[in-house]
Design a protein around this ligand. Structure first.
Ligand SMILES: [Zn+2]
Ligand SMILES: [Zn+2]
Length: 340
């Protein structure tokens, strides 16, 4: 089968690789139909993280189920499903607690399409067939009326944006929210979308990126152009989504005393300064950590089915499957590849 492969920094090509097979009765084989580029993918393909040889690309997708083990319940061959991008068993104590990003049965960062991070090749979604080891836990059926391309990013970045605000708005309904976008492309936009859908009072979107600000405004957020020096006001809930120490410092300064600062940033490479003294003095609660894909899917899918969260509004470019190798390095906010 064909697999879009990162062969080295900025070298993306289709390769023929062996087709995966079912290896257990709880597994599924899926055929990806629409694949979204995650905000981390361009860092993987550019060589920011040390590579360990060629690796399969893509971990956000809607796929068609093409084979199921005998023990899988509640899913059918031919059905479409969102595939959780993290491999998780659904049965260990971490998974049962909802911490599916840190499943006890797999090494940390056991994700599709991220071999440079985990060292293990689980396959990538820009392939003809992908093996899903725990189908019941990792697949969320897609309602027939929903479009595959529209939902391509749900398995990771949409969930990431949702969880950045959902628990904090549940604790503080109708609170104002500030999203600080300083380098991540789509996650902060999904966070703005989720905050609006969940009834936040006012959603402001701070960035130095004109395209991101314009898109945030179309989603219903208030754009705040900034150079990340001094915030104009402070908020009870702030989301830090980016790459730079300046952006993080701005997010801290923009958080009210006793407020909540949620970071969805991965801050790869070296230590990132955090003003703990300010957090301590003002009682600011700082949250970080990866999203738990399999656990979040059952929360987010109903919002999408109800039309309250509309991921397609963040998609800025859709390309055909055959064009994926050439298009995957393009600087779009959200790129989706559709099987044709
Ligand atoms: Zn991702
Ligand atoms: Zn588990």
């Amino acid at each position: 089968m064909r697999q879009l492969t990162c062969a080295g920094p900025n070298a993306i090509e289709w390769r023929d690789v062996p087709e995966p097979r079912l290896q257990g009765d709880g597994e599924a084989l899926v055929r990806p139909l629409a694949v979204a580029r995650c905000d981390i993918d361009l860092f993987l393909t550019s060589g920011l993280f040390p590579t360990r040889g060629p690796f399969a690309l893509g971990h956000e997708c809607v796929a068609e189920i093409v084979a199921l083990g005998d023990a899988v319940r509640g899913l059918e061959v031919g059905q479409r499903a969102v595939v959780a991008f993290q491999v998780s068993c659904g049965a260990c104590s971490s998974c049962v607690a909802g911490h599916t990003a840190n499943c006890d049965r797999y090494p940390v960062l056991s994700d599709f399409g991220m071999q440079p991070l985990s060292g293990t090749e689980y396959g990538g979604m820009l392939s003809d067939v992908v093996r899903v080891p725990h189908a019941t836990a990792m697949l969320a059926p897609v309602a027939p009326m929903l479009d595959s391309v529209a939902l391509a990013s749900v398995s990771d970045n949409v969930l990431d944006g949702y969880r950045a605000v959902a628990p904090h708005l549940a604790a503080l309904p109708h609170a104002d929210v500030l999203i600080v976008c300083h380098g991540l492309k789509s996650v902060p936009l999904y966070a703005a979308q989720a905050a609006i859908a969940l009834g936040a009072g006012r959603v402001d979107y701070a960035s130095d990126d004109a395209e991101a600000l314009a898109l945030a405004e179309r989603l219903g957020a208030h754009p705040v152009r900034t150079d990340f020096e001094k915030p104009e006001r402070r908020y009870p809930i702030v989301v830090d989504a980016g790459l730079t120490p300046n952006g993080l410092r701005y997010a801290v300064r923009a958080t009210l005393p006793e407020g909540t600062l949620q970071s969805v940033s991965f801050y790869a490479g070296g230590d990132t300064p955090l003003p703990l003294g300010r957090l301590y003095t003002l009682g600011i609660r700082f949250f970080t950590g990866r999203a738990h894909a399999a656990a979040l899917l059952p929360q987010v899918m109903p919002l999408i089915e109800a039309g309250r969260v509309r991921p397609a509004e963040v998609t800025t470019r859709v390309v055909d499957w055959e064009d994926a190798a050439a298009a995957y390095m393009e600087p779009a906010i959200k790129l989706v590849v559709r099987r044709t």
